[in-house]
Design a protein around this ligand. Structure first.
Ligand code: NAI
Ligand code: MG
Length: 337
């Protein structure tokens, strides 16, 4: 059966890595009918707005999107399109797998997934300054908002993800010793849900500062990490740095009615148009999309071919120390398929 999905090629290197990804999906033989829409700078040129209604309508209809990086125009009046999409479709789970692929890096055996709550906590936008006497910013205050339902759905998502992907353990990362109300609610809720999975998925919890250190000392001890918005933002960048950086890091934003898959990196204007961008992160994002729609076999074949192309065939783009072009790398992956 052909599944419809929205395709946003994006800005900068976006069209190049998207082209390469489509080439590989073609070789994989999966049936996806792409509805191509625009977002970011290229949408401003075409439709006068960074997030056209047609793009939102398309995602609303398909519930599924593969998105290239979008350049956030600098200047007043534009908010980040990526953040706007998360809010519009209530994409509450941000999922980032982190795996060592390239040999010779700092760690050989990292294979973990960070599940970050994407809508609550300190990112709800209640962040303000107060005037005292003559100082307009004498005091600043941020409010963190957590709901029991929000905690439940993200923790449940993490355990269900673990079950579906053959993972063994979920580590709950928190700061409940200090943030007794907000982080306390998250930990309390998480422990209750962990009990429901006893005997299927193991679980433990760690205070965030210790978790950050443990990630550097011994990342292989982690399997799935579930945490709140700010902690997840920081830990997921930390974790991707353990395994060779941005060119290999995919991410997913998942809600009840829509899911958007993308590379973690941005539009890389410094190398755009040169045909040298690494399309791996976007290809791995496409593999996550395939997982999401139940095409697990196709997703695994794609990940396997990509790894073989990099490790065995030694076809690598410049960021990984090689000299292959974006297109040459795509051909190498397609050949392995
Ligand atoms: P960036 O991720 O675009 O680039 C950082 C560095 O990594 C650059 O040197 C770039 O050449 C390199 N790089 C990134 N992806 C690469 C790839 N696939 N292959 C080889 N090298 C790669 O971050 P930057 O420069 O801070 O942001 C550029 C634009 O992207 C900004 O407008 C920003 O707002 C936007 N952005 C969009 C995101 C999204 O749509 N999800 C995420 C992050 C940034
Ligand atoms: Mg971040």
């Amino acid at each position: 059966m052909t599944r419809e999905a929205t395709l946003i090629a994006g800005d900068g290197i976006g069209p190049e890595i998207t082209q390469a990804t489509l080439h590989v999906l073609d070789a994989l033989g999966v049936q996806i009918a792409w509805d191509e829409e625009y977002g970011g700078m290229s949408a401003i040129e075409k439709a006068g707005t960074p997030l056209p209604a047609a793009t939102l309508d398309s995602i609303r209809r398909t519930g599924l999107a593969l998105k290239g990086p979008l350049t956030t125009p600098v200047g007043d009046g534009y908010r980040s399109v990526t953040v706007a999409l998360r809010q519009e479709f209530e994409l509450y789970a941000n999922v980032r797998p982190v795996k060592s692929i390239v040999p010779g890096g700092r760690y050989q055996n990292v294979d973990l997934v960070i599940v970050r709550e994407n809508t609550e906590g300190l990112y709800v936008g209640m962040d303000r300054t107060f005037k005292v006497g003559g100082d307009p910013k004498a005091l600043a205050q941020a409010t963190s908002v957590m709901t029991r339902d929000g905690c439940r759905r993200i923790v449940r998502y993490a355990f269900e993800y673990a079950k579906q992907h053959g993972r063994k353990k979920v580590t709950v990362v928190h700061k409940a010793n200090i943030l007794k109300a907000t982080s306390g609610l998250f930990l309390e809720t998480a422990r209750l849900i962990a009990q429901e999975y006893q005997g299927q998925i193991a679980s433990d919890d760690k205070i965030v500062d210790n978790a950050a250190m443990q990630l550097v000392i011994n990342p292989a001890q982690f399997d799935v990490i579930v945490t709140t918005n700010l902690f997840g933002d920081i830990l997921s960048d930390e974790a991707s740095g353990l395994v060779g950086g941005l060119g290999l890091a995919p991410g997913a934003n998942i809600g009840e009615t829509a899911a958007i898959f993308e590379a973690v990196h941005g539009s890389a204007p410094d190398i755009a148009g040169q045909g040298i961008a690494n399309p791996s992160a976007q290809m791995l994002a496409a593999a996550m999309l395939l997982d999401h729609i139940g095409e697990l076999d196709a997703a695994n074949r794609l990940r396997g071919a990509l790894e073989t192309a990099i490790v065995k065939d030694n076809v690598r783009t410049k960021d990984l120390g090689g000299s292959a072009s974006t297109t040459e790398f795509a051909r190498a992956v397609a050949r392995r398929l």
